[in-house]
Design a protein around this ligand. Structure first.
Ligand code: ADP
Ligand code: ZN
Length: 751
């Protein structure tokens, strides 16, 4: 039996050390397990990476204890393998990656101790035992007396404080079988008190039937073959019944004795979504089969949901990004809904993309994976297209209940400005349409596009936007130097005083706040009841849901919101959706700007006409001819894909080339700039010539959190090869103090 464990210590920059396994833990310490070990007179935590018979080091210390006494190790071999892959692919230390895998309370049991634990008496003392206890351990006797008196469970902390006994006498009693210390579970059911009604599943339409047959076949055959399966991309228009397909596939996986993982974007993780799953599975099966993981859970709730999955009690996990690491037993299916969503990318270390990690996990677990979207990412759809495709395409081209797609009109703001008809917020036709809808007692959603970035230059007369000739990216305005800069290749231009296209001096940069829009609309419709939903107004707990409930019960006429309201919402009385400013996201200095705008417009348009009345969508824009807007208007995903993929190919963007973004930041501008330039040189010298290494340039968001930010963009054919080479550069570089360097593989944000 192995007597030595190699432990990756959580802190200390990923040190790996050997420790000996004490007698009592032999056979219990397993790879993927968590332990507490002594290090320089302190107790630290770590993960068991390997077991060995002997160590090359003569003086190894001993493991002090096991964390969370579970039968199975906390991290399965598959998850540990996944972590190793991530560390390598995302150029991030393994201990940083592993931080994302376990909830804080599981990782570190000193946090878990804050969770309410209760103590109860489970043994009646005989007279002899009682005397013995009195003599040997008066403290233990005091505990038993207190429990006898209370005649019910007492919280552990209360007990310790009340009678002033030590925690060790409590543990001794528990070990001797006198008392039971348990975590109070029922108090942390996130759905305690909520009832779900079961709704009968609809009869599938023929398109859904076709899709589900393919998935059934895969689910059935894979459990026999034990080989891995190609990912599926389910492209279905908004309202085509994708969720119904997920539900059926999960049903099958459960019937095969397996579990299922469902990832949804954080903002789509509304009670509405979760309830659809609960009403299908929890009312028929009668148990809490579903565990929900998201950022609004309390620590205790997350702890309990995690353990229920780990023990195999819960067999469906629904969660946002980090739920991709959920400890499901015998995983049989992964669903990634809205796979194109940018929020799947974690913007701090480890900077992983949950969709891509999910694909890798499915490969390692040998289970099918379904990526679903009405507007698949360019990367994913391309993967179904090229010869030797990596993904298999499934399609639902029609709305499930045969409703028509809403009619979309594009309104040219340039004409409105010239005719002095617009106040910059509402054009004349949109204003008229709102009036008409309100008169009919119908509801309106107004969408404000905020993902945009105010520092590209837009001519209000002709809609011209200043772009880089080499990168086809909007140039960003840098106030400090009064220049326009392409932050991918570094081209710098003088700021024009008039529009280069139409010579009008009206060229300007501007953003629009939700507050300003709300004020303008309230002024235009004084009698209408408005509500605004953006990150500023939706801070309190539950306020998001309350506002939506008020909108549903028609206490609100016009809902104004940002990206927050773009998806998942289903309000049958909404017949008009207005998009105030389609342009802002279109001219972000990001090669995905067109794609994001198309996705956003399509999703927002999907909110209209969900009931029996036909819906109408109005898009206001300064650039009506933009393909993103035109294809969204015609609900034409394929058309958009074809023209956008050609552009990506021409300029060498993903999926044709892979990218890595190196960011250097620091409080002192000159130092950060100097170091960024030096690092760029080193990278240029070390990486193979086929990799395009951009100049070190100020980031579009030049300064954030008091730090100056510089970017170096890398483009090449293999992210893995670039990553490996980059790691070797960084390992040989000494970083000056006050300078932080981060690596972002497959970046989603270029800001
Ligand atoms: P998506 O996830 O593709 O946007 P949903 O699964 O939310 O679509 O389905 C949209 C609406 O159509 C929902 O109200 C759903 O209950 C309904 N629906 C789904 N499948 C069917 C079906 N086969 N027959 C009738 N209605 C359906
Ligand atoms: Zn450029």
């Amino acid at each position: 039996m192995s007597s030595i464990a190699r432990i990756l210590i959580d802190r200390t920059e990923g040190t790996i050390l050997d420790y000996s396994i004490p007698e009592e833990y032999r056979g219990k310490v397993a790879v993927g397990g968590r332990v507490a070990v002594p290090l320089r007179n302190k107790e630290v935590f770590g993960t068991v990476l390997e077991l060995q018979a002997t160590s090359a080091f003569p003086h190894v210390k001993t493991i002090s204890r096991l964390l969370v006494s579970e039968e199975a190790p906390l991290l399965s071999l598959c998850l540990l393998e996944l972590a190793r892959w991530m560390a390598n692919y995302y150029v991030t230390p393994l201990h940083t990656v592993l931080r994302s895998f376990l909830p804080g309370t599981i990782r570190d049991d000193s946090i878990a101790k804050k969770i309410r634990r209760v103590v109860s008496l489970i043994k009646q003392a005989s007279g002899v035992e009682w005397e013995g206890l009195q003599r040997r351990a008066p403290q233990q006797q005091k505990i038993i007396e207190a429990l006898l008196k209370a005649n019910e469970k007492i919280p552990l902390t209360a007990l310790l404080e009340q009678i002033g006994v030590s925690a060790s006498s409590m543990t001794a009693l528990a070990k001797a079988g006198w008392i039971l210390i348990e975590e109070e579970v029922c108090a942390r059911d996130p759905f305690a008190g909520e009832k779900v009604l079961s709704s009968p599943p609809p009869t599938l339409n023929s398109d859904q039937e076709k899709v589900i047959q393919v998935l059934y076949e895969e689910l059935d055959s894979i459990s026999e073959k034990k080989s891995s399966s190609l990912p599926f991309l389910l492209h279905g228009v908004t309202g085509s019944g994708k969720t119904e397909v997920y539900l059926r596939a999960i049903e099958r996986a459960l019937a095969l004795g397996k579990s299922a993982l469902v990832l949804v974007p954080e903002i789509a993780l509304t009670p509405q979504t979760v309830e659809r799953f609960r009403s299908r599975f929890e009312t028929t099966m009668g148990t809490r089969l579903i565990a929900v993981l998201h950022s609004h859970l309390s620590e205790g709730e997350r702890h309990e949901e995690w353990l229920r999955l780990h023990r195999g009690e819960a067999r469906i996990a629904i969660g946002a990004r980090s739920a991709v690491f959920a400890p499901l037993q015998n995983l049989g299916l992964i669903i990634v809904d809205e796979e194109h969503e940018g929020s799947y990318k974690q913007e701090e270390s480890p900077r992983y993309h949950a969709r891509d990690v999910a694909v890798m996990r499915a490969h390692l677990e040998k289970c099918p994976i379904v990526l679903g979207s009405a507007t698949p990412s360019m990367e994913s759809f391309y993967n179904t297209q090229n010869p030797g495709a990596k993904y298999r395409l499934l399609e639902l081209p029609l709305r499930a209940d045969h409703q028509k797609m809403p009619l979309v009109r594009v309104l040219d703001l340039r004409l409105q400005v010239r005719g002095k008809q617009a106040d910059g917020v509402l054009s004349f036709p949109l204003r008229q349409a709102i009036t008409a809808r309100l008169e009919l007692g119908e509801q309106v959603i107004l969408f404000l596009n905020r993902r945009g970035f105010a520092s590209s230059l837009l001519c209000q007369q002709c809609g011209h936007v200043c772009e880089c000739p080499h990168c086809s990216l909007a140039l960003t305005f840098h106030r400090t130097s009064n220049t326009l800069v392409c932050h991918l290749c570094g081209v710098t231009k003088k700021l024009p005083t008039v529009c280069p296209e139409c010579r009008d001096p009206g060229i300007l940069q501007r953003g629009m706040g939700t507050q300003r829009v709300e004020a303008a609309i309230q002024q235009a419709f004084p009698a209408a009841r408005l509500a605004r939903m953006d990150t500023d107004t939706m801070k309190g707990k539950g306020i998001f849901q309350k506002t939506l409930d008020r909108f549903r019960s028609r206490q609100i006429d016009i809902l104004i919101g940002t990206q927050m309201i773009a998806k998942g919402l289903d309000f049958p009385n909404v017949t008009l959706v207005g998009i105030i400013n389609a342009d802002t996201s279109l001219h972000a200095p990001d090669f995905r700007a067109g794609e994001r705008t198309f996705q956003l417009l399509t999703q927002v348009a999907g909110r209209a006409g969900r009931g029996d009345r036909e819906g109408e969508v109005m898009i206001q824009t300064y650039t009506p001819v933009s393909p993103s807007i035109q294809f969204a208007r015609h609900h034409d995903y394929h058309g958009f894909f074809d023209q956008e993929i050609a552009l990506r190919k021409q300029f060498g963007y993903p999926p044709f080339q892979r990218m890595i973004l190196v960011q250097v930041r620091g409080k002192i501008q000159e130092r950060a700039s100097f170091f960024a330039a030096a690092l760029q040189k080193k990278i240029r010298q070390t990486l193979p010539p086929e990799v395009a290494v951009g100049e070190a340039v100020p980031a579009p968001l030049e300064r954030a959190h008091g730090q100056y930010r510089f970017h170096i963009a890398l483009k090449g054919s293999s992210a893995k090869k670039m990553g490996t080479a980059l790691r070797s550069v960084l390992e040989k570089t000494s970083f000056p103090s006050g300078i932080i360097t981060t690596i972002d593989v497959d970046p989603q944000s270029l800001m």
